[in-house]
Design a protein around this ligand. Structure first.
Ligand code: GLV
Length: 327
């Protein structure tokens, strides 16, 4: 008999077909988001699950599903997992690193450009039929090339942004991270390590690429926004909760910073209502990794993790280490 798994959200049909060759698949075809109780129930009898950031895997769910062996997240971030509880329950957790690095870095840059150069704000103006004449300062934004970018979180995606900034746009790159990069990587990214305070005070553009944790919650709040230059832009492609969205909306409304580009939100898909009222923010619905090629690669890697773990006995990109006998 084939092992049973749950595919908790809609995925590419070709990836689903591969999973069906190997597993008995319970597929959430309608793509509705399960409540915690529904997810717990749908996992009954399943040894594996393919999830996205919308499925929370916690101790209560694990306790109700002691047969579960692996949960493969189709995302590089895994803050929807209680990894500690998963490890204690002997459940393998996997994510999808590497396959989305460059695509996500591209989008960070797209959002930076759109924010600094006021792309969506000016498009709304044009679409509203308000454009009647050219004007010398019309939608004058902030310079990107040659300016200083401050990157908070210098993992693989942060480094991808640093390379684009330094080599493509001649930007001065400063960064802050829990640990410093090696001298080789710093040289390759042309990036200089600084304190968070120095970064906030000196960057023309602040880019957030730090994983979400209790420690990184509200990395940018009212106090940090007050440290930034009034001409600065802020871009968040990291996770909702890294920025205090209510404080950001206030800072944007009073011109404490010039503009922001936000792809991830506290409590998404809900968006802090005050953010919707300010014109100087570019808002996108968590799409930084969303190209067809990359989303297919992410789905494929999540599926491959299920196959590698449940059929071959060893996950490809684990985020926790289990004692050998647990699998
Ligand atoms: C997307 O947000 C991811 O973590 O891959």
């Amino acid at each position: 008999m084939k092992p049973s798994i749950l595919v908790a959200r809609a995925i590419f049909p070709e990836v689903l077909a591969q999973l069906r060759e190997v597993f008995e698949v319970d597929y959430n075809e309608t793509d509705g988001i399960f409540t915690p109780a529904e997810l717990t129930r749908r996992l009954q009898g399943k040894v594996g699950a393919l999830t996205t950031g919308s499925e929370r895997i916690d101790a209560a769910l694990l306790q109700a599903n002691p047969q579960l062996k692996i949960v493969a997240n189709m995302a590089v971030g895994f803050n929807n997992f209680d990894v500690h509880a998963m490890t204690a329950a002997g459940v393998q957790a996997t994510n999808t690193p590497d396959v989305l690095t460059e695509t996500t870095a591209d989008f960070g840059f797209a959002l930076l450009m759109a924010t600094a150069r006021r792309v969506t704000e000016s498009e709304h103006y044009l679409r509203a039929g308000l454009w009647t004449k050219w004007r010398y300062d019309m939608f004058a934004g902030a310079e990107v090339h040659g300016s200083t970018i401050g990157i908070i979180g210098m993992g693989r995606i942060g480094q991808g942004i640093a390379r684009r900034a330094a080599h493509g746009f001649g930007m001065n790159v400063i960064y802050h991270n829990r640990s410093r990069l090696s001298a080789e990587l710093e040289a390759e990214c042309k990036a200089r390590y600084v304190s968070k305070d120095e970064l906030l005070k000196t960057a023309d553009h602040v880019m957030l690429v730090v994983p979400y944790s209790a420690e990184s919650h509200h990395t940018i709040g009212a106090a940090e926004l007050a440290q930034m230059k009034p001409t600065a832009t802020l871009v968040n492609i990291a996770r909702g909760g890294i920025v205090d969205d209510a404080a950001l909306a206030k800072a944007l409304a009073v011109g404490q910073i010039a503009a922001a580009g936000i792809d991830v939100f506290e409590g998404e898909p809900s968006v802090q209502p005050d953010l919707l009222k300010v014109p100087n923010v570019v808002l996108t619905p968590h799409i930084a990794s969303s190209t067809i090629k990359t989303r297919k690669a992410m789905a494929q890697l999540a599926a491959d993790n299920l196959i590698a773990c449940l059929i071959q006995g060893k996950a490809l990109t684990p985020v926790n280490t289990l004692p050998r006998q647990a699998l």
